[in-house]
Design a protein around this ligand. Structure first.
Ligand SMILES: Cc1cc2nc3c(=O)[nH]c(=O)nc-3n(C[C@H](O)[C@H](O)[C@H](O)COP(=O)(O)OP(=O)(O)OC[C@H]3O[C@@H](n4cnc5c(N)ncnc54)[C@H](O)[C@@H]3O)c2cc1C
Ligand SMILES: Cc1cc2nc3c(=O)[nH]c(=O)nc-3n(C[C@H](O)[C@H](O)[C@H](O)COP(=O)(O)O)c2cc1C
Length: 767
């Protein structure tokens, strides 16, 4: 094949090498607009996995590259006058310029032709002479943009400003230096990539950047200002730029996250940054470029595979990898963009939050990297959780939490889950066993299912209630069992179904109206849940008074039944949520319109409940932190305001759920997918929060808690199949101080021994 590679960066050069290695008969020309040795950037970092991949692909160039690698292990985080050092991170880096030289030599040796100072124009007719055009021309690809509609390009220009500089100061550790200034925070990411040279990327918000006047400075002035700002880290060494083609403030860039729906159009194929970018803070752009090149060369040379089939497979295989990296990169990008959210943290927690920002590195991962450091974090966490009383080194999930006068023994909670098994609202033996079993299973706090304040406030005929003496008696029996047989506390979740009421039990269809015997429903407005559901009656003021009083009566019954805590369910599109979300609330009175108006009734109900609930016992509220509807619905920003408003009325904990507030939601699911909302409410609103949603490993819980993304972690579905989730986690983490029912002690000891033996065997295999 006769192939033109546009761009002599890592992608273009490595593709040329990979093709020639597989079939020397290919005619390959690489066109690079710059002269040899002229390139942007300084060092690039690699992972061990990338090194394995390039070694398998071409041992010759890999050998030269790895010989010249700089290695380092530690990460130093400089923050508020402290340096937090953690080890075991194992980075390798090389100068970008040197890596390109090695690739030039190798490409030439294999017979590829390299043209330098060769600016390529997509409209040039000479490209017709080639069988394939490889657009490896970087993030600003002209060849991609010339066929923009065919590729379905999606570019997200990120908020922060950064400049990629170099310095002769040698940083022995990967260094993050955060400086607080009168214009806001500004920070550097610095690492050594050669014996005498380090990369030094400076980043800040646009506001800080303008505050310093970087927008009006020449490149030299910018560099001088950065030297002054980071003088204490540079020890007299200067900073340098190699973006000589960029003038003035243009050396400062906004990162552009690029993704494309399709990676080929006719005989033009996108490779590397032209197809997709990954934020520099996770250092994986070059890895993606090299691995794209390997995969594409492999497929184009696979016998019997048409170009079309090769392209389908190329996209299928690489797309998943790119998606995973771009997801991690997005988390990392957002962490730096919302840095101010975390600057109230103490330095140790700040460093932990930084290290776990992309969610690729977890608590146990950090233990493998640097056990001592991680144990220091655990001790710190326990000390804070116990007001300095405990010096324990133990997983954060087992630390206690105090809300008003209630202390929960650990941070794991059983999320509220409707069982749809009550008759006339009365919990029965099923509920007794269900809650009792989960209490002895070790969770610190149990939530009841949404317990309804009136018969017509039920979701289904099977929902539990709290509106008469039978309910009080049945709940009291459960609460007393929980208190007598476990250390768990129990919280009564109270709610009213609103427009989502009068539906079947969950397993006969969610939100599907009853076959017969439907009761009239009401809501904030007259927006029905779906064409199959009833049109609700908008609540009158008299309805509001009645329902508010029902909530208050239910709270009083909760006191009688002995509950430790009460939660108001104001999420998931039920009655109170229907006021909060603009997608359900189409009222034109003082309860509709602005967020302040839409919050008025839910706050009124909450305040009335709080007044009826003992002052020494805590209350929480469950909210949907987003409607998953973009700006048309509740946004995560507004969720902070919603959390703050409830806190002002006396909420001690915001239970942060999301969605289920309208039929057209577009949720983005994944591991711990709702935790970012909890993080935001906790750290922007400075409120205690509970995270929930696809959290299923002890490692997830510990990472969330230690990083300060929530104060409690709720697990729903995992507890349906494993009431003993917390005890199992204790056995897995070899934590002995958890409350085990004495009847079960023997089994617990055996489980812990077996798990330890299995973990030791797995560790021995890894070594
Ligand atoms: C600040 C910063 C730090 C980074 N740090 C790291 C890191 O530590 N580790 C890492 O793996 N990645 C890092 N990256 C990302 C990495 O630089 C890119 O992902 C990688 O270079 C992509 O390789 P590429 O070959 O696709 O594109 P590029 O390296 O951008 O190469 C494209 C080439 O095409 C040439 N070209 C463009 N247009 C034309 C044209 N019309 N005609 C001829 N030639 C053309 C360009 O001159 C360039 O040489 C960083 C990026 C930035 C911005
Ligand atoms: C069967 C079932 C019933 C649920 N019922 C309720 C409920 O009554 N109240 C509530 O706030 N959330 C309810 N939820 C939502 C859960 O509390 C939790 O937020 C959700 O399942 C996500 O957490 P998970 O991924 O750990 O399951 C229910 C979830 C399930 C699976």
């Amino acid at each position: 094949m006769k192939i033109a590679c546009i761009g002599g960066g890592p992608a273009g050069l490595y593709f040329a090498i990979s093709m020639k290695l597989r079939d020397p008969a290919h005619e390959i020309e690489v066109f690079e607009r710059n002269a040899p040795g002229v390139t942007f950037g300084w060092g690039v970092v690699f992972s061990d996995l990338t090194v394995d991949n390039i070694t398998r692909n071409d041992p010759v160039s890999a050998e030269t590259i790895t010989r010249e690698f700089a290695h380092w292990d530690d990460i130093d985080v400089h923050f508020k006058g402290e340096t937090i050092t953690s080890g075991g991170h194992g980075f390798i880096g090389i100068s970008r310029k040197r890596m390109l030289q090695i690739l030039h030599d190798r490409a030439r040796e294999l017979g590829a032709v390299l043209h330098f100072d060769a600016e390529c124009d997509p409209a040039d007719p000479r490209w017709r002479e080639y069988d394939l055009i490889i657009a490896a021309d970087g993030a600003n690809s002209r060849f991609r943009d010339a066929h923009a509609e065919s590729f379905g390009i999606d570019i997200d220009v990120r908020a922060n400003k950064f400049v990629w500089l170099g310095t002769s100061k040698v940083f022995d550790a990967f260094t993050f230096a955060f400086e607080q200034t009168e214009h806001g925070w500004i920070w550097a990411h610095a690492y050594r990539f050669a014996p005498d040279c380090s990369t030094f990327i400076v980043e800040c918000s646009e506001e800080t950047w303008r505050g310093f006047g970087f927008d009006r400075m020449s490149q030299d002035e910018s560099i001088a200002a950065c030297e002054k700002l980071f003088a204490k880290y540079l020890d007299g060494h200067s900073l340098q730029s190699n973006a000589t083609h960029l003038v003035g403030s243009a050396a400062w860039l906004n990162f552009r996250r690029i993704k494309c729906e399709r990676w080929s159009a006719g005989n033009v194929i996108l490779l590397g940054d032209a197809a997709h970018t990954a934020h520099f803070s996770i250092g994986s752009g070059t890895k993606l470029a090299l691995e794209d090149a390997i995969k594409l060369a492999e497929l184009l040379n696979r016998p019997g595979l048409s170009l079309e089939a090769a392209m389908d497979e190329y996209v299928a295989e690489r797309d998943l990898e790119v998606l995973k990296l771009q997801n991690s990169a997005r988390n990392s990008t957002e962490w730096f963009e919302t840095l101010e959210r975390y600057t109230h943290f103490e330095p140790l927690q700040f460093a932990y939050s930084l290290l776990t920002r992309s969610q690729r590195i977890s608590h146990e991962n950090l233990r493998l990297r640097d056990r001592d450091w991680l144990e220091g974090v655990e001790r710190w966490f326990w000390k804070r959780a116990t007001d300095g009383r405990s010096n324990k080194t133990a997983p954060p999930m087992f630390a206690p939490l105090k809300l008003r006068e209630m202390e929960v023994a650990n941070r794991i909670t059983v999320s509220p889950m409707a069982m749809y098994s009550a008759v006339d609202g009365v919990p029965n033996d099923f509920h007794f066993v269900h809650y009792g079993e989960r209490a002895i299973g070790g969770a610190g706090l149990l939530f009841t299912e949404m317990t309804c304040v009136s018969p017509e406030g039920r979701i289904s005929p099977g929902c539990t209630g709290m509106w008469n003496a039978d309910h009080v008696a049945a709940w009291k029996r459960i609460v007393e069992f929980v208190h007598a047989n476990s250390k768990a506390k129990i919280c009564l979740q109270l709610g009213h179904s609103g427009g989502k009421g009068s539906t079947r039990v969950g397993w006969e269809g969610n939100d599907v109206p009853l076959d017969g015997g439907n009761w009239p429903v009401m809501s904030a407005g007259d927006v029905r849940w779906s064409p199959a559901n009833q049109v609700p009656a908008p609540m009158t003021r008299a309805d509001m008074n009645r329902v508010r009083d029902q909530f208050v009566a239910a709270v009083r019954m909760g006191v009688e039944a002995g509950f430790d805590m009460v939660e108001l369910h104001a999420a998931h599109g039920y009655l109170l949520s229907s006021f909060i979300t603009p997608l359900q609330n189409n009222r034109s009175d003082e309860y509709g319109g602005s967020l302040e108006n839409r919050m008025r009734y839910p706050l009124e109900v909450f305040a009335a409940m709080r007044a009826a609930w003992p002052g020494d016992r805590p209350m929480s509220v469950r909210i949907s932190a987003t409607d998953w509807a973009g700006d048309d619905g509740i946004t995560p920003d507004e969720a902070v305001l919603i959390g703050e408003a409830f806190a002002r009325e006396g909420a001690d904990l915001i239970d942060v759920s999301a969605g289920q507030t309208w039929g057209g939601q577009q949720p983005v699911y994944g591991r711990m997918f709702q935790t970012p909302f909890s993080d935001r409410i906790r750290n922007e609103g400075k409120l205690a929060t509970m995270a929930v949603g696809n959290i299923y490993e002890p490692d997830h819980a510990n990472s969330i808690l230690a990083a300060g993304r929530a104060d409690l972690v709720a697990l729903g579905r995992p507890h349906l199949v494993d009431p003993f989730w917390t005890l199992r986690a204790a056995a897995q983490l070899d934590y002995r101080d958890v409350a085990v029912p004495p009847q079960y002690l023997n089994g617990m000891a055996q489980l812990a021994r077996n798990m330890k033996r299995d973990a030791d065997a797995a560790a021995a295999l890894r070594v």
